[in-house]
Design a protein around this ligand. Structure first.
Ligand code: NDP
Length: 456
């Protein structure tokens, strides 16, 4: 598991990083545990908030440099990288401002005496994080948990080591004591050792189902709580009374944002029959308009995938779908003449239940298009998935949209937009998309001890 920065636009290796030794890992665990016990857990909310707010300010002041690192390491369009930096700063500020309120002691009404529930930190937390939003993913893990008084250790994806280091540096520059936030360049074996370590009290992972299953099982053996933010195959439902242009525009950004590499991307486009032809014509035209190029160039509209391997996997999935009977309406292959990991924006139709694609997540610019008879068929198809992360419903009748939203088995449903993330909105899923919530008031409650204090 070598930590290596490779620019997916041209395949150039930018920098490699050594994994740390077991002795270095031990030092870092000791430092984190001692920071928790002797320092961070005793700080006031105001003191912790000062560090997080300073980190948010620094992120904004240095946003161009932070954004360029994302674009260099995983290929995101620079405008989207800047957006991610701004969102990460907003998350830090949000918890700096609201954590004390979220964790305020709660007085219970009880027939006799007095009862209070207080929230206290539980210790050192371990996060395993993915490359697709290299700062946002760690901000939404670190910010609430640091504000709760826990300290965090992060094993970031091996393809974004520069972003991983930059975030650790940011926290130190913002005044976090050594051990409050620790980046770990460690192997998979060391991930297991960290989970086993008695000083680690809980584990959070964002990534694939495969990684989630391994990490959750290990934590389970150790009786440690976990949260899991895994894959998704969000349904994007367009009903007969939808605003067609708005729906098409949202489907395009929902499927193409981050080059399609988002867990909540609009992966299954489900349109009722009466709208399907008109929708598909506009959707196809829009996807064919994307222009590949250097993601650092503001004019580029189509970024490469995060790595050559990601492209290979996606091409394999498209091949499997076609072998299973799907039709390629547009795209379907890599973009010729580009050195980088560029995938053509693709639409697959005629995907039957027996097709492997029917149940798969496509992590890239490949839309699975389904035509259905009506609203009920749309809901049935949306729910016929191992995943349950997000979803969208397009209708001009908001009450109808809400009724439909209640029937969709996911953690989030967006009416008249693609999925989005914001500090104040809970994020997470059900089924194979995982469990637990990040962000909002819910996100800060996952790893605290809700301690009852009873006075008789
Ligand atoms: P992974 O799940 O493999 O990577 C996510 C994180 O988990 C990385 O830090 C990775 O480390 C680590 N990891 C992976 N396997 C193990 C393991 N056995 N033990 C310990 N740590 C592990 O994601 P990929 O990059 O491989 O992406 C593949 C798929 O994951 C995508 O197609 C998508 O389905 C899903 N995904 C979902 C995301 C989401 O936001 N929910 C984000 C990214 C991916 P390392 O990088 O060193 O392997």
């Amino acid at each position: 598991m070598a930590y290596q920065s490779t620019n997916p636009y041209d395949g150039k290796v930018l920098q490699t990083f050594e994994q740390i030794s077991d002795a270095q890992l031990e030092e870092k665990l000791t430092q984190a545990a001692s920071c928790f016990e002797s320092d961070w857990r005793h700080k006031s909310f105001a003191e912790r908030a000062a560090v997080l707010a300073r980190a948010a300010t620094l992120l904004r002041e240095r946003s161009q440099a932070f954004a360029e690192l994302i674009t260099l390491e995983m290929g995101k369009l620079i405008a989207q990288s800047l957006g991610e930096v701004a969102l990460s700063a907003a998350i830090l500020d949000y918890y700096a401002e609201n954590a004390e309120r979220f964790l305020a002691p709660e007085k219970l009404s009880t027939p006799r005496g007095e009862a209070l529930v207080e929230s206290s930190p539980i210790g050192v937390l371990f996060g395993v994080e993915p490359w697709n939003y290299p700062y946002y993913q760690i901000a939404r893990f670190a910010a609430p948990n640091l504000m709760a008084g826990n300290v965090v250790m992060v094993k970031h994806a091996s393809s974004v080591p520069q972003c991983a280091q930059a975030f650790e540096r940011l926290m130190i520059d913002a005044g976090a004591p050594a051990g409050a936030y620790t980046n770990l360049f460690i192997s998979k074996e060391q991930v297991a050792q960290v989970i086993d370590d008695a000083r680690i009290r809980a584990v959070a992972l964002t990534g694939s189902e495969a990684a989630g299953a391994v990490v959750a099982a290990r934590a389970g053996q150790n009786l440690k709580k976990t949260t899991m933010e895994l894959g998704g195959s969000d349904a994007f439902i367009v009903l007969d009374d939808a605003d067609l242009d708005k729906a098409v525009k949202s489907a395009v950004s929902g499927r193409m944002g981050n080059s399609g590499q988002a867990c909540t991307a609009s992966k299954r486009i489900i349109v009722v029959d009466s709208m399907a032809d008109r929708f598909l014509e506009k959707f196809q035209a829009a996807l064919e308009n994307f222009q590949p190029g250097d993601p650092m160039d503001k004019q580029t509209t189509l970024a490469p995938l995060s790595s050559a391997d990601a492209l290979k996997n996606l091409l394999g999935q498209v091949e499997g779908a076609v072998a299973g009977g799907a039709r390629v309406l547009t795209g379907g292959g890599r973009i010729a003449g580009q050195a980088g990991a560029f995938m053509q924006p693709t639409i697959l139709t005629d995907i039957d239940k027996g097709n492997p694609a029917y149940m798969q997540e496509f992590f890239g610019p490949v839309a699975l298009f389904f035509r259905v008879a009506d609203e009920d068929a749309a809901v049935a198809l949306a729910n016929d998935s191992p995943f349950g992360l997000g979803g969208s419903v397009f209708t001009q009748d908001i009450e109808r949209g809400k009724r439909l939203a209640r029937r969709i088995d996911t953690g989030m449903v967006f009416i008249n937009s693609g999925a989005s993330s914001s500090p104040e909105l809970p994020f997470g899923g059900v089924k194979n998309s995982g469990y637990g919530r990040e962000l909002s008031g819910a996100g800060i409650q996952e790893f605290v001890n809700k301690k009852l204090i009873r006075v008789s």
